[in-house]
Design a protein around this ligand. Structure first.
Ligand SMILES: *Cc1c(COP(=O)(O)O)cnc(C)c1O
Length: 382
């Protein structure tokens, strides 16, 4: 389907399967792992990514990110690892930006040496810093924007041009923005991946991933992925299609809540800093306006030094501590004790992650209730 349709129409309808027998309102679910061969070439099998529900959802994913084709995986990490491996051979080199999702960093630092794949982490996410790491054998540049947890942005158009100049494949983890707020292919990036566990699933009950690109690149990933075996079960594919129907309106509500809460926190005298790309004093606010449609539901903030962040978290009633993010419910965590807890204090300091930094995933609850929860907790430390 063309991408001329609006985001909510794509979310609701694109790719849906017709129920020819009963005219039901939603896509029928086909759980078969065995299909009669109609033509010998078309062997339908879940691990080949070609069952009816997988193909239907892939059409929706492709439309959401303005790509030609997509694959659905059993996790975000499965989408990331399969896609990287599809484009890298032993002896190749990859450039990664600095702040990456922890699981991606682990994949690179713990596994790549087994396959003879070389890599460099740029000193930050600036285009010049990425270029400085390019070598003779570099094949791919990998970025993430906004990044976790400090919401730093990477200039997607700049990276796409850099990759073209050096004949490299460019790839982005677009999980934090969601396809509602940012479409990297429009800026010339080659490949987009998402942890669909986050905004796409949106209800903290589905683990999934997806990759979206040109048909040529997706064929290449599919070729490898068939052998590695990381597809999502058709039942969960069907649930994810259901979740995506409301992604546009969920993320819109999260964007609106987050922007208002970021302004509220920035003005509060118990808060020393707020990291949110939609605030005018965010160092990349102009870039945010250029490449994002709205600024998302994720932010982080620092409390004044006199307030203990763990104690503050315990005073919150509505906003719950949680490792995951992007669900309809608001959650909060301390990166220094969780996602970045394994780093040395010096390494955390270098990355700008203070002990009192809180990462806040804003849900769809009413703004006034979220504000009230933060206010009453902050009051306790006056
Ligand atoms: C959660 C997450 C992943 C990994 O996804 P899983 O579904 O947990 O495998 C990758 N990137 C980002 C930015 C994430 O938040």
């Amino acid at each position: 389907m063309s991408t001329s349709k609006g985001i909510n129409t794509i979310c609701t309808h694109t790719g849906e399967l017709e129920d020819k027998e009963y005219q039901g309102a939603v896509s029928p679910l086909y759980m078969s792992t065995s299909y009669v061969f109609e033509e010998v070439e078309v062997k339908r099998y879940p691990r080949y990514f070609n069952t009816p529900n997988q193909v239907a959802l892939a059409k929706k994913m492709a439309a959401l990110e303005h790509g030609e084709d997509a694959l659905i995986f059993g996790s975000g990490m499965s989408a990331i690892s399969n896609t990287l491996m599809a484009f890298l051979h032993s002896g190749d080199h990859v450039v990664f930006q600095d702040a990456l999702y922890g699981g991606t960093t682990n994949l690179v630092t713990e596994e790549f040496h087994k396959f003879g794949i070389e890599y460099s982490f740029a000193k930050d996410s600036a285009v010049d810093s990425l270029e400085a790491e390019i070598k003779e054998n570099t094949k791919l540049i990998y970025i993430e924007s906004p990044s976790n947890p400090l919401m730093k942005l990477t200039d997607m158009e700049g990276v796409a041009k850099l990759a073209k100049k050096h004949g490299l494949v460019s790839m982005i983890d677009n999980t934090f923005a969601s396809p509602v707020n940012q479409n990297p292919l429009d800026f010339g990036i080659d490949i987009v991946i998402h942890s669909a566990t986050k905004y796409m699933g949106g209800h903290s009950d589905i683990l999934a991933g997806t990759v979206i690109s040109s048909s040529e690149y997706i064929d290449r990933v599919r070729q490898l992925a068939k052998n590695l075996g990381g597809n999502l079960s058709d039942y969960t594919v069907w649930l994810l299609e259901r979740s995506l129907k409301t992604m546009g309106i969920r993320v819109k509500a999260q964007n609106e809540n987050a922007l208002e809460l970021a302004k509220y926190l920035a003005a509060h005298d118990s808060i020393s800093k707020v990291y949110y790309p939609g605030l005018k004093d965010h160092p990349e606010y102009e870039l945010a306006k250029r490449q994002m449609k709205a600024f998302g539901g994720m932010m982080s903030f620092e409390l004044k030094d006199t307030i203990n962040a763990s104690a503050f978290m315990k005073e919150l009633n509505l906003i719950k501590p949680s490792m995951s993010l992007a669900g309809v419910e608001s959650t909060i965590l301390l990166p220094s004790k969780t996602s970045h807890g394994l780093l040395s204090p010096e390494e955390r300091e270098k990355q700008g992650i203070k002990d009192g930094l809180l990462r806040f995933s804003v849900g769809i609850e009413d703004f006034e209730d979220l504000k009230e929860d933060l206010t009453q907790a902050l009051e306790k430390f006056k």
